[in-house]
Design a protein around this ligand. Structure first.
Ligand SMILES: Nc1ncnc2c1ncn2[C@@H]1O[C@H](COP(=O)(O)OP(=O)(O)OP(=O)(O)O)[C@@H](O)[C@H]1O
Length: 885
């Protein structure tokens, strides 16, 4: 394998396009957005999985919750139609009364803005999610989290954003004592990834507005960092138009929600990471020194991302932030007025910095500390116009290396720069499909109510027209439900040869044309308003801080070939994200015998069990890479063993992981090295991938292709991930641990045996679960040590649920049906993760939801196991604090 060079970064625009398309070979009921590659699905059908009895939305089986944001929750889920691929699904309620109430209060105090009506009409929450979707649909880059599908059913209170899953969690960057946890070299690698991702965003006309360590996610193998969370991002209308080489009269093919700049009147982001130019506006308001006026609003340019990146880099290197204060409001002044300093050492490897102000050092002989301070100096430049741009950081026209610190360690920096350079000639032309039908209620916002009603009736009509099927019989008691969209998919070839599928529905054509005309008219009027709006010159905002980097002179021209945005970055073919050696739900479901499937009944011998026998385990102790399938045992193997193994949700939060990390370190030092390695691997859920150097998972843009394997220190500190609960009594945790240990060598085998014995003795016997709807008094309670563990159980008559209950508004929505269906009386089942993490806010008691249909509701169940409160560290709470003025 070459250390670097063209082949290392080999990647073509075509690869990029294909890797941006959801790998769905089977679509549930959605249609491909042909330009963005994102699947748009307008029907959310909820059910329960056969195997684990978990909540499913369409083909996605929900696992556990991996994160929670201001507006929604993020779950790990399995795409059962696509080989058990792991995805992250952000579920956001269209209406969040608490947030919307706050925003109404805020709006009362805001001056009139020509674009406020759009926000008002959609509601703050819905507006935010729609804008996030519209922005994410534009993005496809190896260092930006990818949106795969949007499930937007008008009859469902939630919108689901299906994204690629980043198994490594957030970057852990400091200890409880504010010490750095990353080595300088690791920080540099992260830095390179972020620069590339950010450069791409800016090239697309997008300002992220919330760059910070918590929004940088590790891939499962901890080799790649991707930028996530576009909740407050802003699309620069002017930059995009200019980049597409269009005049300002061509606004008709831009999504109106992207053009809506009303969110610029809010100060969004995390206070400690906000640029001084934003603070200026905030301080005006806080101190009532200047009356608020739209023209005085802070200049939102891409320079604010560069500043936030500088603060992030500082944090990663030193474990503290450059500007801090006891009171949140004081930080605004500190950032605007005070200079920053550097500690004497940086990184966990404690390299000397040499101090904030150093004498110039001879070229080529600069110390690491000197280069870092020079770089920070240019990033944390208070005057936005003097702040360095990413272009200047990385490369200039004639490929001069501008920042030697960032490129240090790359054996062929010139090659790296060339290969990672964004193609300035690439087409950025936005397409009509990309923008027009991002989400329909935006298009029809002037008659949203009417449209909703007509949609509802349309669906009912459609359903009536269809001949009743067996499936329909099962649904008949649950009221109105949405029939799958019946569309004809027409195929045509793109210029790159890829087949595109576009939706063609003759009966909709007329309406579409009418909608288009209306939309064009509206766009025009919006432009007029924007032009006549005194002082509003968005293109100047963009250009304001960027020097030569901005303006039409340096903007890419539209490519002659046409519409598909092409970039010249090179990435390898999309690596599989489903390499878990553990059986995937798909595999296990395949293990169900046909007879059982048909009858819906299973004999006690056939019933799935959550216990793992020793023989099964040791029968599978071969290295995973030797298996024909990387997805775990074959269906035959599973069937032969008569077992169902419930996979342990991998621990992936770096916050959680780091806590355990220290423990892992001490264990390791006490002589159980192989164990810590195995446990760490197990916690990542990618045992096989971890155990060997993986070429296809190596980060291209870190320029570290030559690096064979991350060392212990990197894994422990830099990656921040160790097993959350290595001695968990859950069989799956043991399985993965033992598998990893065995792959490390024979000495670990005895240890694995010890673990298994421990599991045998610890684990309560698992009784068959009661039949649905019946109480079973005195049943043995299942216990696990990890709140993330979900133990599967046997149950008679395990059948796929066909009823709808998407109107549920509590957080146990994604819990296994069993926990919610147990009859009154004793509850013997493990509470779901979401139940355990259920917090006390009133969100679940939303009372102003309007449901358009009658659906059966299942009795909810209260467990007598008290939900543990998830304690967030003060740091992360501070980081998450968002301000909205
Ligand atoms: N694609 C993903 N893969 C893995 N984990 C993710 C993914 N997206 C988000 N997460 C996790 O979920 C958490 C919440 O995500 P979200 O994007 O909602 O962040 P947030 O900034 O807290 O939300 P919001 O901006 O809506 O308030 C993140 O902190 C992250 O740990």
């Amino acid at each position: 394998m070459p250390a670097d060079g063209a082949s290392v970064y080999a990647y073509s625009a075509r690869d990029a396009t294909s890797s941006c398309t959801h790998s769905s070979s089977v679509l549930h009921s959605g249609t491909f957005d042909t330009d963005s590659g994102v699947v748009m699905t307008h029907e959310a059908k909820s059910s329960y999985s056969e195997t684990y009895n978990r909540k499913m939305i369409n083909q996605y089986e929900f696992n556990h919750r991996v994160g929670r944001g201001q507006h929604g929750e993020v779950y790990l889920a399995t795409d059962t139609l696509n080989g058990g691929e792991q995805v992250a699904i952000k579920a956001v309620k269209r209406k969040n009364p608490k947030v919307d109430r706050m925003s109404k209060l805020r709006k009362k105090n805001l001056p009139h803005s020509p674009h406020l009506p759009l926000v008002d009409e959609l509601g703050d929450t819905e507006h935010k999610i729609r804008k996030e979707i519209a922005i994410m649909k534009k993005l496809c880059h190896p260092h930006v989290v990818r949106l795969l599908e949007v499930i937007d059913d008008k009859l469902n209170e939630r919108i689901y954003m299906v994204m690629e899953y980043l198994g490594g969690g957030e970057i852990k960057w400091r200890t409880a004592n504010d010490e750095p946890v990353l080595r300088v070299e690791q920080t540099r690698r992260i830095c390179r990834d972020v620069i590339l991702g950010l450069e791409y965003l800016h090239h697309q006309g997008i300002i992220h507005r919330d760059i910070k360590p918590a929004n940088l996610l590790w891939s499962a193998d901890r080799r790649t960092v991707k930028i996530s969370d576009f909740g407050v991002s802003h699309f620069s209308y002017a930059q995009r138009l200019a980049a597409a080489g269009k005049g300002h009269n061509r606004v008709d093919d831009l999504d109106p929600i992207l053009m809506d700049d009303s969110d610029l009147s809010k100060t969004a982001g995390t206070p400690f990471f906000l640029a001084p130019e934003i603070h200026r506006g905030v301080v005006c308001v806080l101190e009532h020194t200047t009356p608020w006026h739209p023209r005085k609003k802070p200049q939102i340019t891409k320079a604010i991302d560069v500043w936030a990146f500088g603060v992030t880099l500082y944090g990663l290197l030193f474990g503290t932030l450059p500007f801090t204060s006891a009171h949140e409001y004081d930080v605004y002044k500190v950032i605007r007025q005070q200079d920053w300093d550097v500690p004497p050492t940086m990184g966990s490897d404690r390299l000397p910095t040499g101090g904030r102000h150093q004498r110039p050092q001879p070229k080529g002989q600069e110390t690491e500390g000197y280069l870092v301070v020079q770089l920070l100096d240019r990033l944390l430049q208070k005057d936005a116009r003097k702040r360095i741009t990413l272009d200047q950081l990385k490369v200039t026209e004639n490929v001069l290396i501008r920042d030697p610190w960032i490129l240090r360690g790359i054996s062929n920096p010139q090659e790296w720069l060339r290969e990672t350079k964004l193609d300035r000639q690439a087409s950025l032309e936005p397409t009509a499909d990309e923008t027009r039908f991002a989400l329909s209620s935006v298009v029809f916002r002037w008659s949203r109510g009417l449209h909703r009603i007509s949609t509802l009736f349309g669906r009912v009509r459609q359903q009536r027209r269809r001949a009743p099927t067996a499936e329909d019989d099962e649904y008949k008691n649950v009221g109105v439900h949405s029939a799958p969209n019946e569309v004809q998919l027409s195929r045509h070839r793109t210029t790159t040869g890829a087949i595109r599928i576009s939706e063609h529905h003759p009966s909709r054509e007329k309406g579409k044309q009418r909608a288009t005309r209306t939309e064009i008219a509206r766009h025009k009027s919006t432009t007029d308003i924007m032009r006549t709006s005194k002082g509003f010159e968005p293109w100047q905002l963009w250009a304001g801080a960027s020097g030569s980097d901005t303006g039409a002179a340096t903007l890419p021209r539209r490519s002659a070939s046409g519409r598909t945005p092409e970039i010249s970055l090179k990435v390898p073919p999309k690596p599989s994200r489903t390499n878990s050696p553990l059986p995937s739900p798909m595999n296990v479901s395949q293990a169900t015998t046909p007879s059982a499937e048909h009858s819906g009944q299973q004999s006690p011998e056939e019933r799935p069990r959550s216990r793992i026998s020793l023989s099964w385990l040791f029968g599978n102790l071969t290295p995973h890479r030797n298996r024909p399938s990387s997805h775990g045992p074959s269906p035959q193997e599973v069937r032969a063993a008569g077992l169902v193994v419930h996979t342990q949700p991998p621990s992936r939060s770096s916050e959680e992981a780091f806590g355990a990390g220290s423990k892992g370190a001490s264990r390791q030092s006490s002589g159980s090295g192989p164990f810590s390695l195995a446990m760490r691997a197990a916690s990542w859920g990618e045992v096989a991938e971890y155990a060997r150097p993986s070429e296809d998972l190596t980060s291209l843009y870190s320029g570290e292709r030559a690096e064979e394997q991350l060392d212990e220190d990197t894994l422990l500190l830099g990656a921040g991930g160790v097993a959350q609960s290595p001695l968990s009594s859950t069989p799956s945790a043991l399985l993965s641990t033992v598998s990893s240990v065995t792959s490390l060598g024979p000495p670990a085998k005895s240890a694995a045996l010890a673990l298994l014995h421990r599991a045998e003795s610890n684990e309560a016997p698992i009784e068959p679960a009661p039949a649905e709807g019946r109480a079973s008094q005195g049943q043995a309670r299942l216990r696990t040590t990890s709140p993330l563990a979900q133990v599967s159980y046997s149950r008679d008559g395990l059948r796929r649920s066909t009823s709808y209950d998407s109107c549920d508004d509590d957080s146990s929505f994604f819990a296994p049906r069993s926990a919610r269906h147990s009859a009154a009386g004793s509850v013997d089942l493990q509470p779901s993760t979401s139940q355990m993490y259920q917090d006390e806010d009133e969100e679940s008691e939303d009372d102003d939801e309007v449901h358009l249909e009658v659906r059966t509701r299942r009795p909810s169940v209260s467990t007598d196991i008290p939900p543990p409160r998830r304690s967030e560290s003060a740091h992360s709470q501070r980081e998450r604090a968002m301000i909205c003025i």
